[in-house]
Write a protein that binds this ligand. Structure first.
Ligand SMILES: Cc1cc2nc3c(=O)[nH]c(=O)nc-3n(C[C@H](O)[C@H](O)[C@H](O)COP(=O)(O)OP(=O)(O)OC[C@H]3O[C@@H](n4cnc5c(N)ncnc54)[C@H](O)[C@@H]3O)c2cc1C
Length: 407
């Protein structure tokens, strides 16, 4: 068997929002970790990210909330505008401290608060292997080296290799695509500081000002309306596809169209929206020995409530709190037998899974109903999904009230 090149107490796979937030939360609890990120630089694809009050609570626990509030204006309200129907309604979940920020600001603030050397760029994990006797996980990197982890946390997104190790199935596609981007106005824009979404059929166009000179926008529509490539990567192809879709919306205000026309090509991204079924979150295995998952690796969900990233920040706080309070982890091996230490780690991770399972299953169910209704072609199916939502998720702002507690 090949030798192990290095051994670490806590290894996090993935340096996205969740991986970096988890490393930071652990650092604040005095626990050292390393983050293996396959990309060579910090990744901040997607333009902006909406952060709701529950997300801000988590950011405050991480100690970066105050700084981030200086780069993202509070949104005064949220409105859904139904084009051609002369109808609009309040977006219920836009209540309290809701702001949109550039993903780059969030990712950079998380990374800057970490001790030097925590993030290992260009480290792609090719396979993971858990030894139930030693309770260590062996990770094979794409450069052929091996790393051993006493605790492994998979924050490797919607196609997680760590989730696969736990036996979770690959995430499913909603049948809805999203394009996103950022637009800079050197002389300031004149848009209201609010979140507004324009609806026409199954197409949604959303506008979220970040500051007086920066705006985040998104356009979502069912995959069946996709005319070009299934995975356009070229920024010009993405821009052309979005523009074709919005130009069909005759009643879309010129100001909104302008935001998209002026967007910066390098900020554009395209994705097929994915989800982990709520049933799998309720009943699936979210921990195996000293291995667990967080963020999209655990609960990738539709972005319709702006909760995927916010709940990933909550995961980070809860996970670090649970591990931090397991004395064995903090005190290292001194005076504690290896088996006793592993048992305490497993207990801490189980506590984390227990605390998160219902929370993320609920968010996943709510977003699933919205996505399924968007993708459905029959009126009856749309009504059924809408009825289930009205029955189970009457209070649209309830998820904002969640408090992940102190670190
Ligand atoms: C269109 C859209 C809009 C959204 N809007 C919002 C919003 O407004 N508010 C909100 O809260 N959430 C939103 N979300 C959700 C949010 O973006 C995600 O929940 C969040 O980014 C998840 O972060 P993560 O770190 O778990 O995963 P990711 O961001 O996917 O990061 C995973 C990281 O792991 C790395 N990686 C993967 N595999 C490996 C490997 N084998 N080895 C090493 N590294 C690896 C990747 O390179 C990546 O950097 C939106 C999502 C979409 C698609």
């Amino acid at each position: 068997m090949e030798s192990t090149d290095s051994k670490h107490e806590i290894v996090i796979v993935g340096g996205g929002i969740c991986g970096l937030a988890t490393a930071l939360a652990l650092h604040r609890k005095g626990l050292k970790s390393i983050v293996l990120e396959r990309s060579k630089i910090l990744r901040s694809e997607g333009g902006g990210i909406g952060v709701l009050p529950n997300g801000w609570r988590a950011l405050d626990q991480l100690g970066i909330g105050s700084h981030l509030r200086t780069v993202a204006l509070p949104l005064q309200r949220g409105r859904d505008i139904f084009l051609g129907e002369d109808k609009e309604q309040k977006i219920e979940y836009v209540s309290g401290d809701v702001r949109c920020m550039a993903r780059n600001d969030l990712i950079r603030s998380l990374a800057d608060a970490l001790p030097a050397g925590t993030i290992r760029f260009g480290c792609e994990v090719s396979s993971v292997d858990y030894d139930s006797v030693t309770k260590f996980t062996r990770l094979l990197l794409s450069n052929g080296s091996y790393i051993e982890a006493e605790i492994l946390i998979g924050c490797d997104g919607g196609r997680s290799i760590v989730a696969e190790l736990l036996g979770l199935k690959p995430a499913k596609e909603f049948g809805v695509v999203a394009t996103r981007g950022l637009t800079t106005y050197p002389n300031a824009h004149s848009l209201p500081i609010e979140f507004h979404r324009h609806f026409k059929g199954d197409v949604r166009v959303g506008i979220l000002p970040i500051s007086h000179d920066l705006v985040h926008w998104f356009v979502t529509f069912p995959t069946r309306q996709l005319t070009g490539e299934k995975f356009p990567r070229d920024e010009n192809a993405i821009k052309q596809m979005v523009i074709e879709n919005i130009e069909k919306l005759q009643d879309l205000p010129a100001k909104v169209k302008e935001v998209i026309h002026l967007s910066e090509p390098e900020s554009l991204s395209f994705s097929h929206l994915k989800y982990r079924p709520p049933g799998e979150l309720l009943l699936g295995r979210l921990r195996k020995g000293t291995v667990t998952v967080a963020g999209d690796a655990m609960h990738v969900m539709g972005p319709f409530l702006g909760q995927g990233g916010c709940s990933s920040l909550e995961d980070a706080v809860v996970l670090a709190r649970c591990l931090g309070s397991a004395a064995a982890v903090k005190n290292n091996v001194d005076g504690i037998e290896k088996e006793e230490r592993s048992a305490r780690i497993e207990e801490a991770l189980e506590k984390y899974v227990k605390e998160r399972r219902m929370r993320v299953a609920q968010l996943s169910m709510h977003t699933y109903l919205i996505g399924a209704s968007m993708a459905a072609t029959s009126k009856l199916a749309k009504m059924a999904f809408g009825g289930a939502m009205a029955l189970f998720f009457r209070n649209g702002a309830a998820q904002n009230e969640y408090d992940c507690g102190q670190l």
